[in-house]
Design a protein around this ligand. Structure first.
Ligand code: FE2
Ligand code: FE2
Length: 213
């Protein structure tokens, strides 16, 4: 059965995205344990199934089809460069890693997948969602369309919870996590940062004034 479509308040949809991150982040930790502690090879398929159906099919798709177009339409932020391009590119990269994990149950792919997920979530939680939550209301956007989970997506969510029980999440001691553009691997490489990419003339003027005061 398809997910039910409806309208959600902006705050509700952003809170839902953050809640979804919370599960995806824990399953990434479970995957990291699977990689480090020689988890059963057959479980690679179960992880891949969670990431493919729940992360890509439910979560990333709604970010790309609901949130990002709203930012482009109402705030006129660029879709083809800057943060949105970086984040969409990471969704694509994650899909490639998930396919590779499903095909080969490779532990290094699993580690790379977990690290890519963590960095991606840090960017969205610290930059994309706060910026959207602040800017969209300024453009009088209080609601966005959303949909509920399909039966298959709910089953994938439950599978994720079971994987977390089976493999208690493990952090990568070598990974330094951080907030904001400064922690982003794309900063100054393929993205000039939120101010340079998104600020309009009014914001530069206000910011400039605040700095001068
Ligand atoms: Fe995302
Ligand atoms: Fe996300």
């Amino acid at each position: 059965m398809p997910g039910e479509e409806g309208q959600a308040t902006l705050m509700k949809i952003l809170a839902a995205f953050e809640q979804e991150h919370e599960l995806i982040e824990r399953v990434a930790g479970a995957l990291f344990r699977w990689a480090e502690r020689e988890g059963a090879e057959a479980d690679a398929q179960r992880f891949a199934s969670f990431f493919s159906v729940y992360s890509s099919g439910f979560h990333h798709r709604r970010e790309e089809e609901i949130l990002m177009p709203a930012l482009v339409r109402h705030l006129e932020v660029p879709a083809d460069r800057g943060p949105l391009r970086v984040l969409r590119g990471e969704h694509g990269r994650l899909e490639v890693l998930v396919s590779r994990l499903a095909a080969a149950a490779d532990r290094d792919t699993a580690r790379e997948l977990a690290r890519t997920i963590w960095e991606h979530i840090d960017k969205e939680d610290s930059v994309l969602f706060p910026e959207a939550g602040e800017r969209l209301p300024r453009a009088s956007v209080a609601e966005l369309p959303d949909r509920s989970m399909t039966a298959e997506e709910r089953a994938a969510r439950d599978l994720g919870e079971r994987l977390v029980e089976q493999y208690p999440p493990l952090e990568d001691p070598e990974m330094i996590r951080g907030a904001g553009c400064i922690a982003c691997s794309a900063f100054t490489v393929t993205c000039r940062g939120i101010e340079a990419e998104w600020w309009n003339a009014w914001e530069w003027e206000q910011h400039g004034r605040a700095d001068a005061d």
